[in-house]
Design a protein around this ligand. Structure first.
Ligand SMILES: Cc1cc2nc3c(=O)[nH]c(=O)nc-3n(C[C@H](O)[C@H](O)[C@H](O)COP(=O)(O)OP(=O)(O)OC[C@H]3O[C@@H](n4cnc5c(N)ncnc54)[C@H](O)[C@@H]3O)c2cc1C
Length: 418
């Protein structure tokens, strides 16, 4: 069984990382900055604050790095979630460029963290329908001409087939700025770095509620802070009505196979994803297994047989793997917003939130945590910029948003199959 708290059983990541134990809060605590959530966002904030000598405390309800940050596909994407042309239409050329620069800074920040997490460069985005080529060509043209981004290249149908080891795609775009990594090693490396600078990290210490910057944990302990950063992403339902109305958890699923017989699948060891609305994404692990993500659901529960669900999607791309054993299967919860733009806000004078990165948190979340830290230490430029992204409440409000969302997302998932 795979669970939604703590490191999931059957996770290849948990099997291949050295997972340290952190203490649980056992007394009341006073701290300058309380951070809810020990994933990339919370750890990115903690790292920046503690580097500046600021007293901060991370409160993690499960284990450190056991949320989406320790469960995800490890795909490194470049750019913001909203494409630059859309941002230019919304905010004009200058501001769109600021968003682009921010995304490039986020990508550089990932490298600068300098954490040993098996990073491999290169990502292929493959078109499951010919019509997706035009979108990618327009994107490449735009970012090349406007921002000088020159790491994109196009693959013909034949080149895509050779690269990926499947002939189901019509071609694709290669991003040399993308890549893949071991996400749990990244999260734990960030945690160790933050701890070495003085951050206090607690796990199995769930925050039940907060009132201003005073927190109550599920074990009754109290935290008194001067500032509060809320970094619970898809795992914090019930903490804040304001956040719940705008940030929606959804589940996504991954499997890992036994070692592949050869290197014909992903022969250059790039990451791959496709143009489906419910995206398939895959990569090779250092021990030559296929790590394949595909399939999601929009309920508070995981399906009973995750391996079978994801395997169905994998076999549509790699029917030759029909006899290969599936050794691992697990799920995780990420967060989306109505517009797919992240929800980054100052909620009250001393309370801040950053969440809702969709499937792009590997690059953005660590950096957005850093931006929250910067905002409370006097530089709120990036927070102000991100706050301009519209993230309206989901239709139906907090109680009815699930049915509305399921209807909406299921429609697009159905279109994938047409
Ligand atoms: C299956 C899957 C595949 C994905 N694939 C990719 C990918 O390939 N590339 C990519 O860029 N992104 C991917 N993502 C998204 C990415 O993982 C997330 O955007 C990112 O990890 C978010 O980081 P975070 O720190 O904000 O959230 P999380 O890592 O989820 O951390 C939030 C933490 O807050 C804790 N928490 C919540 N509420 C409380 C509370 N009340 N008290 C104490 N603690 C609390 C949770 O336990 C959790 O550990 C994927 C996500 C999933 C689930």
């Amino acid at each position: 069984m795979t669970s939604n708290t703590g490191h999931p059983v059957e996770s290849w990541y948990a099997d291949t990382a050295d997972i340290p134990a952190f203490p649980t809060v056992e007394g009341d605590i006073e701290t300058d900055v309380a951070i809810i959530g020990g994933g990339y966002t919370g750890l990115g904030a903690a790292l920046e604050l503690s580097r500046q000598g600021i007293d901060c405390t991370v409160l993690e309800g499960g284990r450190i790095g056991s949320g989406a940050s320790g469960r995800n596909g490890g795909q490194v994407h470049t750019g913001q979630r909203l494409d630059p042309e859309t941002l230019e239409g919304m905010f004009g050329e200058d501001m769109a460029r600021q968003f682009w620069d921010m995304a490039m800074d986020a990508r550089a920040h990932l490298d600068a963290l300098n954490i040993d997490c098996d990073f491999k460069p290169g990502l292929v985005h493959a078109w499951h329908k010919p019509r997706f080529e035009a979108d990618d060509r327009a994107y490449a043209d735009f970012v090349q001409k406007r921002y000088g981004y020159d790491k994109l290249a196009f693959l013909t149908q034949a080149e895509t087939a050779t690269e990926l080891g499947t002939d189901v795609y019509h071609g694709g775009i290669f991003d040399g700025g993308g890549g893949h990594l071991h996400p749990l090693k990244l999260a734990l490396g960030m945690a160790r770095a933050a701890q070495s600078h003085g951050t206090k990290l607690y796990e199995n210490s769930r925050v039940l509620r907060y009132d201003g910057t005073n927190l109550t944990l599920s074990n009754g302990r109290r935290i008194k802070a001067k500032r509060l950063l809320i970094c619970g992403n898809g795992y914090m339902e019930g903490l804040s009505e304001q956040i719940d109305a705008r940030v929606m958890p959804i589940n996504n699923f991954i499997l890992v196979t036994a070692p592949l017989p050869d290197h014909t699948i992903l022969r250059s060891n790039f990451a791959a994803s496709d143009s489906r609305f419910v995206v398939n994404y895959w990569r090779r692990t250092p021990d030559n297994r296929l790590l394949f993500g595909g399939g999601e659901n929009y309920t508070p529960w995981f399906p009973k047989d995750i391996k079978a669900l994801v395997r169905r999607n994998m076999l549509k791309i790699y029917p030759q793997l029909v006899d290969l054993q599936i050794t691992h299967g697990w799920g995780g919860t990420l967060a989306i917003t109505m517009t797919r733009a992240p929800f980054v806000r100052q909620l009250a004078p001393d309370v801040f939130v950053s969440a809702g990165y969709s499937g792009q948190g590997v690059v953005l979340a660590p950096y957005f945590g850093k931006l929250l830290a910067r905002a409370i230490t006097g530089d709120s430029r990036d927070l102000d910029l991100l706050s301009r992204l519209p993230t309206p409440a989901f239709f139906g409000g907090r109680m009815l948003r699930w049915p509305a969302l399921v209807a909406g997302l299921s429609y697009y998932a159905l279109r994938d199959r047409l």
